[in-house]
Design a protein around this ligand. Structure first.
Ligand SMILES: Nc1ncnc2c1ncn2[C@@H]1O[C@H](COP(=O)(O)OP(=O)(O)OP(=O)(O)O)[C@@H](O)[C@H]1O
Ligand SMILES: [Mg+2]
Length: 298
């Protein structure tokens, strides 16, 4: 391999292009982070929130977008950059958890909610404990570990509860923000937005940050370019060429996770068939079912 081999790949990926097929397939299937502009903007917003001075009324964020469109990837990336560590001071415990991420449990009630907080903190959660006990331990642990931001993924799960449960959980969120004086970040689909907006007081505390479906614009072309440069194929595919880019976008129905899955499938096929590049004519034959068809099939 010369220095100029594989100019379509990122420099650090080039040596991999000479690796055996199995290794390249494994690499292609591994999840990777692409820092597209909207994701970077979301990360910047989250950083901003985390450094916000404590005050009575903390600003909150609602990361909202369709399923499989990169929401969890963003908050996981954010959490990794603010990893749990030794407490540098100001906590009552040996560890500090600057960013705590939990999931809204399905069919949630207050008890399950605090159970999920404890689980996220790695604390034992005895299901037999009464609500008051769970709430007390969870609140004390969040304070002791200096939690500076609480991220609640899958917030739309609130809607699986009864009207009464929904109202109780929404007011619990309001109470939590006030009590801990930390920003809350809710993450979910448009239903999550609907749930939060059904409570006037929450609605004006949560700033929606949208991750809309993708369109055939410059940002999408950049995404394809980056993806192509990360996949160790020996030939250039030119994913951003309009006909191919459009074909991928339509099959993926504008959803990021589907674009990534489709390109990944096509790249594996390109390695195993020996074609070494993704060709538009192969896209129909790789067994990719668009998300709406998949939903119809189940
Ligand atoms: N920044 C990114 N870089 C590379 N791939 C990404 C990125 N964001 C998302 N993806 C791809 O999209 C898939 C879905 O992303 P993610 O799980 O974050 O979606 P989501 O919006 O949380 O979906 P859901 O609402 O169903 O939980 C990922 O598994 C990954 O393959
Ligand atoms: Mg998710």
């Amino acid at each position: 391999m010369t220095d100029t081999a594989y100019p379509h790949l990122f420099e650090q990926v080039r040596p991999l292009a000479d690796a055996p097929a199995e290794e390249r397939v494994r690499r292609i299937r591994t999840d990777r982070w692409i820092g597209y502009a909207r994701a970077e903007a979301a990360l910047a917003e989250l950083d901003d929130l985390l450094t916000f001075p404590k005050r009575l009324r903390m600003p909150n964020l609602l990361l909202v977008g369709p399923s499989n469109n990169g929401k969890t990837m963003i908050i996981d990336k954010f959490r990794r950059t603010h990893a749990t560590g030794i407490c540098a001071g100001g906590c009552d415990s040996a560890v500090a958890v600057p960013v705590l991420k939990m999931q809204m449990p399905p069919a949630p009630d207050e008890k399950r909610f605090f159970g999920a907080v404890l689980e996220a903190l790695g604390a034992p959660d005895r299901s037999s404990d009464r609500l008051a006990a769970k709430q007390d331990i969870a609140m004390r642990m969040m304070r002791a570990t200096n939690v500076g931001m609480l991220i609640i993924d899958e917030v739309h799960n609130i809607l699986t509860g009864t009207r009464m449960q929904q109202r109780r959980l929404l007011s619990l969120l309001r109470w939590l923000g006030n009590e801990l004086q930390i920003p809350l970040v809710a993450v979910g689909t448009a239903e999550a937005l609907r749930a939060i907006q059904s409570d006037d007081q929450l609605a004006n505390r949560f700033m929606p940050f949208r991750l809309p479906p993708w369109q055939a614009d410059e940002e999408y072309m950049r995404l394809l370019n980056t993806l192509e440069a990360m996949l160790p194929l020996r030939e250039a595919s030119g994913l951003e060429e309009p006909a191919l880019a459009q074909k991928l976008l339509s099959a993926a129905e504008g959803i990021l996770g589907e674009v990534v899955r489709l390109v990944t499938l096509a790249a594996v096929e390109a390695v195993t068939s020996g074609a070494e590049r993704i060709r538009i004519e192969d896209i129909d034959d790789i067994g990719f079912m668009p998300p709406s068809e998949r939903r119809r099939a189940c």
